[in-house]
Write a protein that binds this ligand. Structure first.
Ligand SMILES: Cc1cc2nc3c(=O)[nH]c(=O)nc-3n(C[C@H](O)[C@H](O)[C@H](O)COP(=O)(O)OP(=O)(O)OC[C@H]3O[C@@H](n4cnc5c(N)ncnc54)[C@H](O)[C@@H]3O)c2cc1C
Length: 402
């Protein structure tokens, strides 16, 4: 039996899920395994596109250290119940049950050894075992509630359902099928939307700054990126449009237009102390060659030029001069021009306000039988497998109840 069929839509199902992404497929498998009749509809030509493109093609499917602290939401407690009832260990057990090989890359991030498709295949196998039906290329036009359920008009026909699950994801990567349809459904039923914005997204820089950095695209270094209450110690990467890399993606979730971002360029040491020490050990060594122990030659040149510092043997700098120089070189503060926006963002901050959603079941408190799961909700994870873990956990919570 194929996973995704083109046959006629059933007239009536127990659970209708809009969106065949990570959360929708997990919800379908869970509800189907409870004996519910399940139909998943997606307007795209293929299911699980973001799963396929995730983690550079290897899907960072969860994080060993997942906790509520790894998520942004107006209500930081909302995600706790679902994450506790379907944890990273539950998803790892599922991955192992299907014999998908995986490894920890760094910081608890679990990736497939082979390809992201292994995760999609696993979900489709679970859906198949649960007899959940899936249809692609299906546009949904109207949704009406009444008679103890919902009536959904689609390009493939009309379907009635008892429970309707909205799993349409966020706004990032519109070319992959992302739409704001889930927010429209929420508004239709009187729910509030927390303003959305692109997150886990590269920064763009002004033209003049890019000209100064024109030798740097491709250069990377470890930094501590800070903005507002956020601080992340990870790699930063210079690009042709600005700055990227895990540290930048992470801090972009804290940044707002016009705000400064501070990068500690040598987060493992106090540069002033270290330069003094290097001066005692190697007084004849030039400043630029000592700094090349920390950064690439291109980066050393850029950071020295930025501060108008000429390289000389360390013994030619006084203690005070070296102290000042260390402080100057340690930190880079800048105001990004903007972000690359939804075109390349990994996720969307904001979404359906969780105040009106049950944290146990994902059901809307004011609209029985209507559920929201995954990224469409105002729950956004850090980089590192947390967003998928939220999709699994919230999809599972709804699948147990819908
Ligand atoms: C490039 C990239 C890499 C990523 N890598 C990772 C990673 O390695 N680890 C991680 O944890 N997270 C990663 N993410 C984030 C992760 O992919 C999402 O958080 C996750 O897919 C959200 O799951 P979801 O089911 O809520 O939404 P999605 O997976 O986006 O699924 C939503 C589905 O709804 C469908 N849909 C949308 N609108 C409609 C409509 N109007 N009618 C019918 N169907 C509709 C879409 O076609 C889609 O199939 C990445 C994201 C991107 C963009």
């Amino acid at each position: 039996m194929s996973d995704v069929s083109n046959s006629q839509l059933p007239e009536c199902v127990d659970v209708l899920i809009i969106g065949a992404g990570a959360a929708g497929l997990m919800c379908a498998a869970t509800a189907g395994q409870r004996g519910r009749s399940v139909l998943v509809l997606d307007h795209a030509n293929k299911v699980g596109k973001k799963i396929l493109m995730s983690g550079g093609g290897r899907c960072n499917f969860t994080n060993l250290y997942t906790s509520a602290e790894n998520f942004y939401s107006r209500n930081p407690h909302f995600c706790k119940s679902a994450l506790a009832r379907y944890s990273q260990w539950d998803f790892i057990a599922l991955v192992e049950k299907h014999g998908v090989p995986y490894h920890e890359k760094t910081l608890g991030q679990l990736f497939c050894d082979n390809k992201s498709k292994d995760i999609l295949d696993l979900l489709l196998a679970e859906c198949r075992a649960a007899k959940a039906q899936i249809r692609t290329r299906c546009a949904i036009s109207t949704i009406e509630s009444g008679q103890g359920g919902y009536r959904v008009e689609t390009s493939l026909g009309t379907v009635r359902c008892e429970s309707l699950v909205v799993a349409t994801g966020g706004l990032s990567i519109p070319t992959m099928g992302a739409t704001g349809f889930g927010y429209e459904i929420a508004r239709q039923f009187g729910l509030n939307i927390i303003p959305t914005r692109a997150a886990l997204v590269p920064f763009t820089q002004h033209k003049r700054q890019l000209e100064r950095q024109d030798s740097l695209p491709g250069s990377a270094l470890a930094v501590m990126a800070s903005c507002g209450e956020g601080s992340f110690h990870e790699q930063m990467l210079f690009t042709h449009r600005g700055l990227s890399g895990p540290a930048v993606l992470q801090i972009s979730s804290h940044w707002r237009e016009g705000e400064k971002v501070t990068f500690d360029l040598a987060p493992d040491r106090d540069l002033a102390d270290w330069l003094q020490q290097r001066r005692r050990e190697s007084p004849e060594a030039y400043l630029h060659s000592v700094l090349a122990e920390l950064w690439t030659k291109k980066l050393v040149q850029f950071f020295l030029q930025r501060q108008h510092i000429d390289s000389r043997p360390l013994k030619q700098f006084s203690e005070v001069e070296l102290q000042e120089l260390g402080v100057k070189l340690q930190t880079w503060t800048l105001v990004p021009a903007g972000t690359e926006g939804y075109r390349t963002a990994e996720v969307t901050l904001g979404g359906v306000d969780t105040d009106q959603i049950s944290s146990r079941t994902m059901e809307c408190k004011t609209q029985p039988g209507l559920y929201f799961v995954g990224e469409v909700l105002d729950v956004t994870g850090w980089l590192g497998g947390f967003n998928f873990q939220w999709a699994w956990a919230s999809g599972h919570a709804a699948g147990e109840a819908a």
